[in-house]
Design a protein around this ligand. Structure first.
Ligand code: NAD
Length: 215
């Protein structure tokens, strides 16, 4: 499998979302300029990203949306249901458990693990299990991906435990930079940072009437 960088993969997800929207509006084919505009990149970037994966459009007809979506889902591993576990079933974890739209996008939280016995039991048909069951569950179910929604102090030790159990990808919500040992990719979602960044630009816009982003 070809190794690509995170920015390319993240653009592929954005192309896929835009294509789904175009398809739901009844479009069958699309040119790279329309897709580029919907995603906020240049059309040459779209063509370059696609050609990395051997996807080529037709100069006169553009890309066939259903074939393109099928190929993007294949590249992004979305043609099969991706089973993930969640660690930390507190406020954020509970919201993620309740959110059923992940399945529409090919992802299913199959179990959650929490250190607090009061959290154990079934929630929205997802079992919340003791941390001690995690290693066996990962091995038996062949789980490769985990979501981390524990307090920041617990995040690194849990990540170490997950990697030693063979987890290869972690989506971390704790506001702390984590270091993964071995072959594990960690993606960070830091809502505080995103909000801080957004508020900076809102304030800048109020002061100058411009976002300062140069667009
Ligand atoms: P929370 O305190 O409600 O939940 C944390 C859960 O983790 C609890 O159920 C706790 O029992 C469990 N836990 C603690 N140590 C553990 C361990 N070692 N192993 C397994 N489980 C453990 O916190 P929250 O609001 O759900 O936030 C979770 C993380 O997400 C935090 O790092 C927080 O900063 C971050 N975050 C939360 C939000 C939000 O909107 N709630 C937003 C951004 C980021």
């Amino acid at each position: 499998m070809v190794r690509k960088n995170r920015k390319v993969i993240s653009r592929l997800s954005r192309y896929k979302n835009a294509l789904n929207r175009f398809q739901s509006l009844g479009f069958v084919k699309i040119f790279s300029d329309y897709l580029a505009e919907a995603v906020g990149v240049t059309s040459s970037q779209v063509r370059k990203d696609f050609s990395l994966f051997g996807i080529h459009g037709n100069k006169r007809g553009g890309y066939q949306i259903d074939a393109l979506l099928e190929r993007l889902n294949e590249i992004l591993g979305k043609n099969e249901l991706q089973r993930v576990i969640l660690v930390g079933a507190g406020n954020l974890g509970s919201a993620l458990i309740k959110y059923k739209n992940f399945e529409k996008d090919g992802v299913k939280i199959v179990a959650a693990f929490d250190i607090d016995p009061a959290k154990h039991g079934d929630r929205d048909s997802i079992p919340v299990l003791p941390l001690d069951d995690m290693q066996r569950f990962i091995a038996e179910q062949g789980i490769k991906t985990a979501i981390l929604a524990v307090p920041d102090v617990a995040a690194q030790p849990i990540l170490d435990r997950l990697t030693s159990c063979g987890i290869k990808g972690v989506l971390n919500f704790a506001p702390i930079q984590l270091k993964a040992e071995g072959r594990c990719v960690v993606n960070h979602v830091n809502l505080e940072l995103e909000l801080e960044n957004l508020i900076y630009f809102v304030n800048a816009m109020e002061k100058t009437g411009d976002t300062g982003l140069g667009n």
